[in-house]
Design a protein around this ligand. Structure first.
Ligand code: FAD
Ligand code: NAD
Length: 489
């Protein structure tokens, strides 16, 4: 046998290698990504008694939702709504306010404070639940080993029995657009601008385009929305997009439907956008900012998926089975897999996977995940759209109730919009609820509960709803669906 001698230095190196690889930390569950999918999964894993690690590449926890998504956008929506109401609505209530102006720096600062408080809350929850948080970029070394590349250049490896991939998504763009993050921007930059745009051109009339478009339109920007499809929010029930476009147009937003953008260029202070309309005519737009809001793409960069035998589909989404399993002992949740890119969908999936790992039998009803657009009026929906019911051939009946017939809505001067209930033609089971109006983001929860328990329209119509509330409009729409028995229209 060959005789091996070590110098002292060599011994140290060998020992350190041995220590790193044979005495690696071991976790029961490791979650990569701390968005609403990841951090909720971590909490549920900890509640179930697992030794849990959460890896996040940024210095704050909470992912897209808390840092550059749901929370900051709602903070700016609320601030801009106060301003808009002060300027345009208070006088009708008999309130006179003079010299109302926007301190945009303060508005952005308040938003940043709200984000900080919310992210700090996640740190507290991680500590409370004894979850090990590792800051750095997580990568699979193999199916049971994860490496975390830290900001200081160091690399830590550890073992894990189960892994949950919750790496979320990033804004997507069009191949010919160069997002310079200054004039041609994504939602991330639009949430932290230094000035209110004079003319904001928005590509995409989906959720981000309309929410952030509303923020700036309320603050005085000219806002032009260019949408490829023949309707805004095109994946929702068509009646909702039509009504929302009507209301937002009244407030000054301009919509260019069936327009295909072909060129976006920034020159000095200007941004030029070229599009072709439905008749193939070229339409030119000139603004000072262009927000590209054409969807988001799953984020799996440098994740080492091949080392763990995890596959992606043609859209870059991690492929899972019906139990959200992507490979042996590896699961994926949230925006990085198929389905709606929504925080509450990611959360449900986080809980589902944690409980599945624990041997429980959880369930998610994907058809009953509500979708909300936080414009004013708010748009909220759950279940089948009318277009879907027609396509799949289910016979249905419709109940409509307009908010202008609601005493509560008249009191608050929020009479735009309606509640539309779609119920099975024979069984009366509620199949879809589509609302646009005041506080429908909160009202939709009643429809979710009703549909989860497979209520009929008549079930809801027979339940007492406090008067006067916006929720009476849901009851009335159910009465209308039942036997055309609405009381107040
Ligand atoms: P994310 O929240 O994207 O979190 C993923 C995390 O993983 C990120 O922090 C990322 O840094 C981290 N990560 C990625 N790769 C690695 C790695 N290799 N190592 C370590 N960490 C990694 N949804 C709603 O339901 N309601 C809303 O009102 C709403 N508003 C939105 C507004 C805007 C402007 C945007 C952009 C989105 C909004 N969304 C909203 C969508 C919502 O933010 C997402 O659906 C949600 O954040 C997805 O959660 P997630 O946990 O899957 O991923
Ligand atoms: P989206 O899918 O909601 O809307 C993108 C829009 O861009 C669509 O209407 C689409 O037809 C249009 N579009 C696509 N290509 C185009 C082109 N070449 N020219 C013109 N229009 C084009 O995506 P988004 O608004 O970017 O939002 C991304 C994700 O974030 C969504 O999946 C959404 O669920 C989530 N989000 C949710 C909320 C919320 O729940 N309130 C808020 C913001 C974002």
């Amino acid at each position: 046998m060959a005789k091996v001698t070590f110098t002292t230095e060599k011994c140290k190196t060998q020992y350190s290698y041995f220590r790193k690889n044979f005495f690696m930390q071991q976790f029961d569950v490791t979650i990569i990504g701390s968005g609403p999918g990841g951090y909720v999964a971590a909490i549920r894993c900890a509640q179930l008694g697992f030794k849990t690690a959460l890896i996040e590449k940024y210095n704050t926890l909470g992912g897209t939702c808390l840092n550059v998504g749901c929370i900051p956008s709602k903070a700016l929506l609320d601030s801009s709504e106060h301003y808009y109401n002060a300027v345009h609505k208070f006088s009708a209530h008999g309130i006179t306010v003079k010299n109302v102006s926007v301190d945009f720096e303060q508005m952005i600062k308040r938003k940043a404070d709200v984000v900080k408080q919310t992210c700090d809350g996640i740190n507290f929850l991680m500590k409370k639940n004894k979850i090990t948080v590792l800051n750095g970029h997580g990568t699979f070394v193999d199916g049971n080993t994860i490496a975390v590349a830290k900001e200081d250049g160091s690399n830590e490896k550890f073992k894990t029995t189960h892994t949950i991939i919750a790496t979320g998504s990033k804004p997507s763009s069009l191949p010919f657009i160069n997002i310079d993050k200054k004039k041609i921007i994504t939602s991330t930059e639009a949430l932290s601008l230094k000035e209110i745009p004079k003319h904001l051109i928005i590509i995409g009339g989906g959720v981000i385009g309309l929410e952030l478009g509303s923020v700036y339109a309320r603050l005085g920007s000219e806002v032009s929305v260019i949408e490829f499809m023949d309707s805004i929010i095109p994946t929702m029930d068509k009646a909702l997009g039509k009504e929302l476009q009507k209301v937002l147009s009244k407030e000054g937003m301009k919509f260019y439907l069936q327009h295909k953008v072909s060129e976006v260029t920034a020159k000095g202070k200007d941004v030029m956008v070229k599009a072709t309309d439905a008749k193939n005519a070229v339409v030119d737009f000139k603004g000072d900012y262009c927000l590209v809001a054409v969807g988001r793409k799953p984020y799996t960069e440098n994740l080492g998926l091949d080392k763990a035998e995890v596959k992606v589909d043609e859209r870059g989404r991690i492929i899972t089975d019906e139990h959200l399993k992507a490979a042996k002992n590896i699961y994926a949740i949230g925006d990085v897999i198929k389905g709606a890119m929504l925080a509450h969908k990611a959360e449900e999936e986080g809980i589902y996977v944690a409980e599945t790992i624990a041997g429980q039998k959880p369930h998610i009803n994907y058809k009953l995940i509500p979708g909300v657009v936080y414009t004013w009026p708010e748009v909220a929906a759950v279940g089948y759209t009318e277009e879907e019911l027609k396509t799949i051939g289910i016979k249905y009946k419709t109940g409509n109730f307009p908010f202008k017939a609601s005493g509560r809505a008249r009191a608050s001067m929020d009479t735009d919009g309606f509640v539309k209930v779609l119920a099975h033609a024979e069984t009366d089971e509620i199949l879809g609820v589509h609302m646009i109006g005041p506080r429908t983001a909160d009202m939709i929860a009643e429809a979710v509960v009703a549909m989860e328990y497979r209520a009929s329209a008549e079930d809801i119509a027979r339940m007492s709803h406090a008067h006067p509330t916006f929720t009476e409009s849901f009851k009335e729409a159910c009465l209308a669906a039942t036997e055309n028995r609405a009381l107040h229209i």
